[in-house]
Design a binder for this molecule. Structure first.
Ligand SMILES: Nc1ncnc2c1ncn2[C@@H]1O[C@H](COP(=O)(O)OP(=O)(O)OP(=O)(O)O)[C@@H](O)[C@H]1O
Ligand SMILES: [Mg+2]
Length: 267
């Protein structure tokens, strides 16, 4: 079986040759199989977003290789990778167009990977698909297709963004703290929705979170980044029975660092 994502010894540094030179990813090896749902944790500046940006092509890696669905994507531009990748960011305003209606936003998302132009016309048949998909969210948006997206709440908007990122199921879904800007209750709603969409659409996903409990509770595999390396990688039963103290102990054992400081960073 071909892995959906293979990172082979990738390195990424910023501000090379200056006093601020920062070696952020230090030879990351990572293989993600189809339908794996990986949660990623790590302190501020650990390189989590840099890792996702390297997968999406936003950043070119300095060394190593990125394989997407068995094909070498290392030198492919973001646009060329975009047909295989769905992304949702922390900022609830990033994934949707404020002045367009719900159905117009979905129509734009529906064209991903297809070579036709960006016409906003929505056909009746498409509208039925959108309604069905919106029902998945259980937010009643299926009866508000003509509403401007700018009028939605942050949580509704993020749920819609999630749907847009997956309405044409991507080979890989990248979520970068997509619930961090939401209040705790809305955050849990969007996380539940994420589980549902990933399961129903049989997606392969990488999800960054700052919350260790969420990282344990969601997904099929958990990865912790520290000092540019993967220091924890657990899946299956081992992940299911993990507690936050277990995770901190694993981190301490594998990284050799004291837990107190990073426990704060990860809280
Ligand atoms: N475009 C860039 N130019 C310069 N430095 C960068 C750039 N992007 C990231 N960095 C640096 O790389 C390091 C890792 O950043 P990254 O955003 O990947 O961390 P993170 O783990 O996502 O952190 P957070 O939890 O705060 O989101 C940081 O020191 C950051 O300042
Ligand atoms: Mg980040």
């Amino acid at each position: 079986m071909t892995a959906i994502l293979e990172l082979k010894k990738i390195h990424k540094s910023f501000e090379v040759g200056t006093v601020n030179e920062n070696h952020v990813l230090k030879g990351i090896d990572l293989t993600i199989e189809k339908e794996e749902f990986v949660t990623i944790i790590g302190g501020n500046g650990a390189g989590k977003s840099t890792l996702l940006n390297s997968v999406a092509g936003t950043y070119a890696v300095d060394e190593g290789a990125v394989f997407l669905d068995g094909k070498n994507a290392t030198h492919k531009r973001t646009n060329d990778r975009a047909k295989d990748i769905g992304r949702v960011f922390q900022d609830t305003k990033m994934g949707t167009a404020t002045r367009l209606t719900i159905e117009e936003n979905l129509a734009v998302a529906f064209k991903r990977g297809k070579k036709r132009g960006l016409s906003l016309g929505v056909k009746d048949k498409q509208r039925e698909v959108f309604k069905e998909q919106l029902k998945l969210l259980e937010l009643g948006l299926e009866s508000r297709l003509k509403m401007e997206v700018g009028l939605l709440s942050g949580g509704q908007r993020q749920a819609l963004t999630l749907l847009m990122a997956t309405i044409v199921p991507p080979k890989l879904l990248l979520l970068d703290e997509h619930t961090a800007a939401l209040d705790p209750k809305t955050s849990q709603m969007v996380l539940k929705l994420t589980d549902k969409i990933v399961q129903e659409k049989k997606l392969t996903a990488l999800m960054i979170t700052h919350n260790m409990e969420d990282a344990i509770k969601h997904g099929t595999r958990l990865i912790m980044l520290h000092n540019g390396k993967i220091v924890v990688d657990v899946s299956g039963e081992e992940k299911n029975k993990l507690s936050v103290p277990d995770l901190l102990a694993l981190f301490q054992k594998n990284s050799g660092d004291t837990v107190t400081e990073d426990a704060l960073l990860l809280s």
